[in-house]
Design a protein. Structure first.
Length: 332
């Protein structure tokens, strides 16, 4: 089994007619190439992160361009992983390739000013700039840019309401927004322009592009960057980070979090221990054992049944909502 994976994070806003027709061919091709990851397709384009051998990933990317001309010459953000980043390969067809749920936010018609890392540092160093982290609350806590505001959202579709309740085009003249790979800000800046904000900037290539170009001592980034795969977090130069995911609630855990007395690897952490019964913990512990045995055999282990995976995700969502409500109550 490979001990090295190339990871390609990609997106493009482009009209795709009948995106569902690409689903089965992509699944079949990815299986033949031994790839993993997720691609989201919609009428507005493509979004996703996929992993495998680089030469095989290029084969899939080239095929995408053959099947759909608007997807030709995609330019992914490349990184590497020492562990398999995803359990399987999935293709989802959705209404939006990144869910904002706002009419009129179309990056192909209006979008903010793109900034490379040098320009971004200049924008952030301007005291008149309002710096907004458009990601979720738990992502913010893993790391963010110096001086950034945390909207304390549990999902991107909550962001428009936060803007309406907290920002004013007449007061906030210069706004800078950022996200992991850039896609959320493509839509976010389009929405902001539609709401009357005139001077809106966003980081081209997102945090990942910035961290690839920057050394830690020449950077305005603080902490690590959360990623939605088994690596959990990345540092400058896109090196493997120090965070792990809780086996129970899936929240990112720092080295300090893992020292909590209620932390059990693959089972629970101090945030979610109260959500589970002894039977839950026994089941989670058995899953960890099976995962360890699978690794010793050189096999993949998906970890749990669909039912238990759904329950885990529901618990994680509930915990994020409770933490967000508690944080909002403290700020009122």
């Amino acid at each position: 089994m490979s001990t090295h994976y190339d990871v390609a994070a990609l997106y493009r806003f482009v009209t795709i007619n009948q995106p569902e027709r690409l689903r089965e061919p992509l699944l079949e091709l990815a299986e033949s190439l031994d790839l993993c990851g997720t691609l989201i397709l919609g009428h507005e384009g493509i979004n996703g992160t996929i992993a495998g051998e680089r030469s095989q990933l290029v084969v899939l990317l080239n095929k995408l361009g053959e099947w759909e001309p608007g997807l030709a010459r995609l330019a992914p953000s490349w990184s590497t992983a020492q562990v398999k980043p995803f359990f399987r390969f999935k293709v989802k067809v959705k209404k939006e390739i990144v869910t904002l749920d706002v009419e009129g936010a179309h990056p192909d018609t209006s979008v903010g000013v793109y900034c490379d890392p040098e320009q971004w540092d200049q924008v952030l160093s301007d005291p008149d700039t309002l710096i907004i982290d458009t990601r979720n609350d738990y992502e913010f806590k893993v790391g963010t840019f110096k001086g950034a505001i945390n909207p304390q959202t549990g999902g991107f579709r909550e962001f428009p309401q936060w803007v309406d309740e907290n920002l004013d085009p007449a007061k906030h003249k210069k706004v800078a927004m950022f996200c992991t790979g850039g896609i959320r800000c493509e839509k976010g800046t389009s929405m902001m322009l539609n709401k009357g904000f005139d001077e809106v900037y966003h980081l081209k290539g997102g945090i990942l592009g910035y961290l690839r170009e920057r050394d830690e001592d020449n950077s305005l980034w603080q902490g690590e960057c959360y990623v939605f795969d088994q690596r959990v977090s990345l540092k400058h130069r896109l090196e493997q980070g120090t965070f792990s995911n809780c086996g129970g609630c899936r929240m990112p855990l720092s080295e300090v979090d893992r020292e909590h007395p209620e932390y059990q690897k693959g089972v629970q952490c101090g945030n979610c221990a109260h959500l589970y019964t002894d039977e839950d913990r026994r089941r989670f512990g058995e899953r960890v054992k099976q995962q360890h045995l699978a690794r010793e055999r050189g096999e993949d282990h998906l970890g749990m049944s669909a039912k238990h995976l759904l329950q885990k995700r529901q618990n994680a969502r509930r915990l994020r909502q409770l933490r967000s409500q508690a944080s909002n109550a403290q700020n009122q």
